[in-house]
Each structure stands twice: as structure tokens, then as C-alpha cells.
Design a protein around this ligand. Structure first.
Ligand code: XMP
Length: 314
């Protein structure tokens, strides 16, 4: 992001564009609680007020306490967010899937076809606002990864397929630009300085099948990693549950247990990343805590930069 970028001017321009595009219609947006979708929510609320309907889709893949936290935080900002409980629908759609792209596809399809389409119909919205940023578009077009929120770039006409037009007010920005806009919109620092979190949520951190039990494991590990590393200032840190198991010992008995990977990276915009050299005592503490999660007996630290690794595992 160039230092000439002016967040206030960006906001003024986007507010005008949103008002022009939506007219006296209704727009809907799905908030995930991440920086991008939160920024879109605040920006569009400024532009459209009660013509904007914001929903939070609980897809069963969220971090600990996230749905309640997000809805409450926006409530404090005067923005009403409706929580849609779609946990069963998503878990059913993911059952038996192990291929990364098949899992992402199932989440995209469930989100758009089963859940959002109904919410759009209920709200009579004809515009859908997306938090797509430039990096999402570039990586999807390059075929590196199918981001959950890309339709037009994949040749899907949302008007024809779902009956709404997609507006992507952040599509010229990268993560650092989005944060500057979020701050200028007055969003709290607990949100603007939040580490990135992907739309498909914890499903990007489970190699192999996504089940309720495996989600509980990676959710517990994520909470431990986020608590332990919150003051590092690193760009992003996360926990991943592998598909493999390893032999270990628990309570004097042999256990074929699960393996959790911890990843902590520095980056400017997630296009490339280096690995943070965490202090040994921090790593040892994390390992001890993570291997106390039931069924987990190995904790690994990922030393791979991006490239060749991506940030997420799925
Ligand atoms: P990767 O794994 O592609 O991640 O190196 C780059 C950055 O993007 C985030 N990410 C996503 N964000 N939807 C999102 O909104 C997605 O499908 C998605 N996949 C990855 C990731 O957390 C990292 O910050």
C-alpha cells in the first residue's frame, strides 16, 4: 500500500459509490468477524444505514466464542447483526470430504446455495457486499487457491445463479490498506489489529475430514496459540490439525495420538511470509499446553516460509 493512500478519501469515494449502486434497494453482507468483512460492514453501514442487512453465519467452523463476540461487538457500534445458525448444514456438507479443494468447494456451495440464498430471499436484497481484497483475486486468478468469496473471477454470474449483484468495495486494497480504512472508520483496535482469519475458518486448518470432534481439537489448540502469541506482534499465528497420527505415551500407556502444528509468521500482506523465530521457552510452553489437549500427543513448529508453503494448510 502506497504511503500516498488516503483512507478518508477512500471511504468518501466508496460511500458515494455504494449509495449510487444500491440506490433505494437493499444490500446484504455476511460478516465473519475478520478484518475484511468487518470493514465492509462498517463502510456499508455508513453508506446505507438501515438499507444494509448484516448477517453472521455460524458455520460450525468458528473459533471459540466467536459468534457471540462478533455480534456483541457490532451491537456496541450500533450495527445490528443477525446470527444464522447453519452449523448442521455445513457439517453435513463436509462429511467424508478430505480433498482440500473439495472441502473449500463444499463450504462455498453451502454458504451461497443453502444459507446465503435463503437469507437474501428473506431480506429481499438485490446486492451482496463482499470483503474480497486484491490478494484474494490475484491468488484465485493464478489458480493457487480458490478463495471462498470469489465468484466473478471464477466466471460465475451471481445475478443469474443467485439473483443478486456482488459489490466488492475493498477489491483494490491489500490487508495493510484495509486496516488503515478500518481505523479511519473508527473500528476498535481489538478488531483492526486482529490477525487475519480465513473465510472457511478452521476448515483451512484441518487436514483430512472436518468433523465435530476434530473441530473441537483444533479450536482448543487455536485458543491456546492465540493466547500465548497475542503479544508477539506477528502477522498471523495458528494451529493446524494433521491427518496423520503418531505413537506416544500417556499415563504410562501407548497412545496413537493426533499431531498439531503451530505456525507463526511475519508478513506485510500475506503474499509472502517468513517464519517468526519464537523464543524456545514460548515454544516449549505451547508444546506442553497443546499436548494436554485430549488425544493430541505431538506438537510441531512449522519452519516453512511462503513460498513454498502457503499460510493455511487447506
Ligand atoms: P494462504 O494460505 O493462501 O493465505 O497463504 C494467505 C492469507 O489469506 C488468508 N486466507 C483466506 N482468507 N478466505 C479468506 O478470507 C480464504 O479462503 C482464505 N484462505 C487463506 C490466510 O489466513 C492468510 O492470511
Amino acid at each position: 500500500m502506497s504511503s500516498f493512500f488516503n483512507p478518508d478519501r477512500f471511504i468518501t469515494e466508496q460511500v458515494e459509490a455504494l449509495r449510487r449502486d444500491v440506490g433505494d434497494g437493499i444490500a446484504i453482507n455476511a460478516l465473519s468477524g475478520g478484518v475484511d468483512s468487518s470493514t465492509v460492514t462498517a463502510l456499508a453501514h455508513r453508506a446505507l444505514g438501515s438499507q444494509l442487512k448484516s448477517v453472521f453465519v455460524d458455520n460450525a467452523l468458528m473459533r471459540e466464542g466467536e459468534p457471540e463476540r462478533v455480534v456483541a461487538m457490532f451491537g456496541r457500534l450500533g450495527i445490528r447483526v443477525e446470527r444464522i445458525d447453519a452449523r448442521r448444514t455445513f457439517l453435513r456438507a463436509l462429511r467424508g470430504l478430505t480433498d482440500p479443494e473439495a472441502k473449500r468447494q463444499a463450504i462455498t456451495d453451502t454458504f451461497y446455495r443453502d444459507v446465503l440464498a435463503k437469507a437474501v430471499k428473506r431480506s429481499r436484497a438485490t446486492f451482496l457486499l463482499h470483503g474480497t481484497i486484491l490478494t484474494d483475486i490475484e491468488e484465485t486468478v493464478a489458480g493457487i487457491k480458490r478463495q471462498h468469496n470469489i465468484l466473478a473471477q471464477l466466471g460465475i454470474d451471481p445475478q443469474r445463479a443467485f439473483g443478486y449483484r456482488v459489490l466488492e468495495p475493498l477489491q483494490t486494497l491489500r490487508k495493510d490498506g484495509v486496516r488503515r480504512v478500518a481505523r479511519a472508520l473508527g473500528l476498535p483496535s481489538s478488531l483492526t489489529e486482529r490477525i487475519p482469519f480465513p473465510g472457511p475458518a478452521l476448515a483451512t486448518r484441518i487436514v483430512g475430514e472436518v468433523t465435530e470432534a476434530r473441530l473441537a481439537t483444533v479450536r482448543a489448540a487455536t485458543a491456546l496459540v492465540e493466547e500465548e502469541l497475542k503479544n508477539t506482534g506477528a502477522f498471523q499465528y495458528l494451529a493446524v490439525l494433521l491427518e496423520d497420527c503418531a505413537t506416544g505415551i500417556r499415563d504410562g500407556k501407548r497412545e496413537f495420538g493426533q499431531i498439531v502444528v503451530v505456525r507463526c509468521i511475519d508478513s506485510r500482506d500475506a503474499r509472502t511470509a517468513t517464519v517468526r523465530e519464537l523464543p524456545w521457552p514460548t515454544l516449549k510452553r505451547l508444546s506442553r499446553k497443546i499436548t494436554s489437549i485430549p488425544g493430541v500427543n505431538r506438537c510441531l513448529y512449522d519452519l516453512t516460509p511462503k513460498p513454498p508453503g502457503t499460510v493455511e494448510y487447506v
